[in-house]
Design a protein around this ligand. Structure first.
Ligand code: PEP
Length: 250
């Protein structure tokens, strides 16, 4: 049975003070993550604070991006080497906001995935179609292409890589696909992953909240959630971890 994976993506929110407040709240609640893998990806400047703070809570720390070179004249970029040195465990690659606002391509995503794995960072590769692509009936084609071009020829396994299916039109909008439609796309992704498909975790992302997480993670091919807005509230985040534990734990 695939272990559920719950990830929080804080995007460009929560500097040091807010990160430390979130950590305190988590510690007050004395949470247990037994049976579920959990990570939070703060912005780069809050990562060190989060790593120290989450120690002993069962929550790992992720990054939201990296660059594919180890070091050099790449102003503004952060390498996998630096993240590993800090103690980062996970990295989100190819989030739709990076594809949309920063011009990330499938080819660039592939280079980042390769580098992250080479440096022993665990990867969540994000895929998903826009509203227009869905309306044009191209959702499956787009997602399959993102998987194919982002992962082609790369060696990975269930311990080192997960996929997040995040329909772009569902991110931060409050709109979600019907859980059965999300399940259908997860099953398509699993088939596209080939031999590895059965073991790789595929998370759903896009307006996941306390009230709807169960509808998604009880689907057969949905192995967790990548959560944006709703991961900013410690109480809600813990509630979602607890829901995941009840569903597929131990
Ligand atoms: C995300 O940032 O990956 C995300 C899914 O955001 P939200 O949950 O806010 O839609």
């Amino acid at each position: 049975m695939r272990k559920l994976l719950i990830g929080g993506n804080w995007k460009m929110t929560k500097g040091l003070k807010e990160t430390s407040e979130f950590v305190s709240r988590i510690k007050d609640k004395k949470i247990s993550t037994e049976g579920v893998d959990v990570f939070i990806s703060p912005p780069f400047t809050s990562i060190a604070e989060a790593i120290v703070g989450f120690k002993g809570t069962g929550i790992s720390v992720g990054a939201q991006n990296l660059f594919w070179e180890d070091e050099g004249a790449y102003t503004g970029e952060i390498s996998a080497v630096f993240l590993k040195e800090l103690g980062v465990e996970w990295v989100i690659i190819g989030h739709s906001e990076r594809r949309t606002y920063f011009g990330e391509t499938n080819a660039g995503v592939k280079k980042k995935v390769e580098k992250a794995l080479q440096k022993q960072l665990k990867v969540v590769i994000c895929v998903g179609e826009t509203e227009e692509e869905r309306e044009d009936g191209r959702a499956k084609e787009i997602v399959e292409k993102q998987i194919e071009e982002g992962l082609l020829g790369i060696e990975y396994d269930a311990d080192t890589l997960a996929v997040a299916y995040e329909p772009v039109w569902a991110i931060g909008t409050g709109k979600t696909p019907h859980p059965e439609d999300a399940e259908e796309m997860h099953s398509i992704i699993r088939q596209k992953l080939g031999d590895k498909g059965e073991e790789i975790r595929i998370m759903y992302g896009g307006s996941v909240k306390v009230h709807n997480i169960k509808d998604f993670i009880t689907q057969e091919d949905i192995d967790g959630a990548l959560i944006g807005g709703a991961a900013l509230d410690a109480d809600g985040f813990v509630e979602m971890i607890n829901i995941a534990k009840e569903i597929r734990c131990c």
